[in-house]
Design a protein around this ligand. Structure first.
Ligand code: G1P
Ligand code: ZN
Length: 545
């Protein structure tokens, strides 16, 4: 057996540094000889080896998913792993992988995904490591992985044919058991424990109509099983349900830009009652009602305010957490419920400690991510099911639920402007300039708005005391409007500048205003503070969500 195990020399590759969510690069970068191998061995080495360990493996089905999975299996075998639990066809949504790691008591998992980024030979690919709690590796672990990538000189791999991942069951690769599992079953069972399936089923039976757009990505099989098979939604409710290696040529990103067909449907005369979409790897969600788009920040707040309708949350919430750029709508709900609200840096990994410590039950990000303590990742279908549970319990349409919510808590008008593929030096110059101005900003007027406070967000993890600095420039105005500037940590080309804009309108204000109009003064102040045009050379954002 051992003669099949080879130690292969390699040079370290530059830039194998995990970002906001694992290592993300152009697919062709990952396709270079030894690239996946060097990164995989670095993960294994950084976690103290995988001898005798059990890992979960799966991905979102994008181009190169199957090839990378086979390499990782051969390497896990050569490194002495006891068991590899792999989704059939090397598929696993990110939340389903998180659930499997937890349910099976695995030592961690490798997820192959670049999330909502497009897939294909000329597009993007990604790899990330999740720890034994099922969540994205902490910064300590990702730093250790990166350090290892800089010094790695060899990797171990077994000579073997591809494992047949189309067949459920166990096979052996050397001494390693490769267990191919149904990627949907355990996850669907977990959802059935959390939500009132009987109530949702009876809502569908009464004629409630919805559309779920899987965007040709991994949630297709999950949504079919849950919505159509288990909950009785009409056949055809789930569209674009077959995962494709290039996601049909689009961006599998559930937002009003990339899922514009769904938005058009919901704003048109033939809109069903409810619509939703999820992203490449199934952790994001978009929520729409007839004639209304619910921003992710509002969705988190509504879910927090209504979660007790679902059996899994009937005992109430321990607390809520949101990433810093997410609107403060959820904080208002937490204050009303008398529970703790936490503000963390961007990226799901910062929620892990709070969830593990039982300090929060729900978390969310403005980037279409919502989740709870049921797994350690954000979870697109979970959010859709919690919405369905709430709609069934309240027996009201989405727009009425939103109107009620704003009348109670006020409305946080919100938008994010992205400037993509900006030359890195220019984007850095914009942020550096803002950093240099921070102490002088309070008291200055920009158009109608006066700065109350400004800082570069830094976070002290309340559980382990670890500090994360330089997480985004926050400018708060005296009328409680806010703008945040930060550079993306997931892009694969140049820099992406994200400008997060928000303005609070109290419970008695006009909530029916057009968000762009309501945000007008904040948008103008953001330009005046940061001189975005001058720095980026762009006169408008590439993507507005
Ligand atoms: C983006 C989102 C962030 C999310 C991450 C992974 O990161 O903004 O909220 O956690 O993708 O899905 P960014 O590109 O801004 O670093
Ligand atoms: Zn994703």
């Amino acid at each position: 057996m051992t003669d099949r195990i080879h130690t292969v020399p390699t040079e370290p590759f530059d830039g194998q540094k995990p970002g906001t969510s694992g290592l993300r690069k152009k697919t062709r970068v990952f396709m270079q000889p030894r690239y996946v191998e060097a990164f995989t061995q670095s993960i294994f080495d950084a976690i103290g080896g995988v001898a005798g360990k059990t890992l979960v493996l799966g991905g979102d089905g994008r181009y190169f998913n199957d090839r990378a999975a086979q390499v990782i299996l051969r390497m896990a075998a050569a490194n002495g792993a006891a068991r590899m639990i792999v989704g059939q066809g090397a598929l696993l949504s990110t939340p389903a992988a998180s659930n499997l790691i937890r349910r099976r008591g695995a030592d961690g998992g490798i997820i192959l995904s670049a999330s909502h980024n497009p897939g294909g030979e000329d597009e993007d690919f990604g790899m990330k490591f999740n720890g034994p709690n099922g969540g994205p590796a902490s910064e300590t672990v990702t730093d250790a992985i990166f350090e290892r990538t800089r010094t790695i000189r060899e990797y171990r791999i077994m000579d073997a044919q591809d494992v047949d991942l189309s067949r459920l069951g166990e096979v052996r690769l050397g001494d390693t058991v490769v267990e191919v599992v149904d990627p949907v079953a355990d996850y669907a069972d977990l959802m059935a424990q959390l939500f009132d399936f009987a109530a949702i089923r009876s809502m569908f039976a009464r004629g409630f109509a919805m559309r779920f757009d899987a965007m040709h990505a991994v949630t297709g099989p999950y949504a079919r099983e849950l919505l159509e098979n288990r909950l009785g939604a009409a056949p055809g409710t789930v569209v674009n349900a077959t995962p494709l290696p290039d996601f049909g040529g689009g961006h599998p990103d559930p937002n009003p830009v990339w899922a514009s067909d769904l938005v058009d449907l919901m704003m048109g005369p033939n809109a069903p009652d409810f619509a939703a979409a999820s992203d490449g790897d199934g952790d994001r969600n978009m929520i729409l009602g007839r004639g209304i788009y619910v921003t992710p920040s509002d969705s988190l707040a509504v879910l927090a305010a209504n979660a007790t309708h679902a059996p899994g949350y009937a005992r109430g919430l321990a607390g809520v957490a949101r990433s810093m750029p997410t609107s403060r709508a959820a904080d208002r709900v937490a204050a009303a419920l008398g529970i703790e609200a936490y503000e963390t840096p961007t990226g799901w990994k910062f929620f892990g400690n709070l969830l593990d410590a039982g300090r929060v039950t729900l978390c969310g990000e403005e980037s279409a991510g919502t989740g709870s303590d049921h797994v350690r990742e954000k979870d697109g279908l979970w959010a859709v099911l919690l919405w369905l549970n709430i709609l069934a319990a309240r027996d009201q349409p989405v727009d009425a639920i939103m109107t009620d919510h704003w009348a109670r808590f006020g409305r946080d008008f919100y938008s994010r402007h992205d400037y993509e593929a900006v030359p890195t030096e220019r984007a850095n110059a914009l942020i550096d300039r803002l950093r240099g101005m921070l102490e002088f900003l309070p008291g200055q007027k920009f158009g109608e708005l006066t700065v109350a406070q400004a800082d570069d967000f830094s976070y002290v993890d309340p559980v382990d005391g670890s500090v994360s600095q330089r997480q985004g420039i926050r400018v708060l105005f005296t009328d409680d409007s806010r703008v945040v500037f930060r550079l993306s940590g997931t892009g694969t080309e140049g820099a992406t500048l994200r400008v997060y804009l928000e303005r609070h309108a109290g419970p008695h204000a006009d909530h029916a205003q057009d968000p762009d109009q309501a945000l007008g003064p904040v948008i103008a102040a953001a330009e005046a503070v940061a001189q975005i045009r001058e720095h980026t050379g762009r006169d408008r954002p590439d993507v507005t969500t």
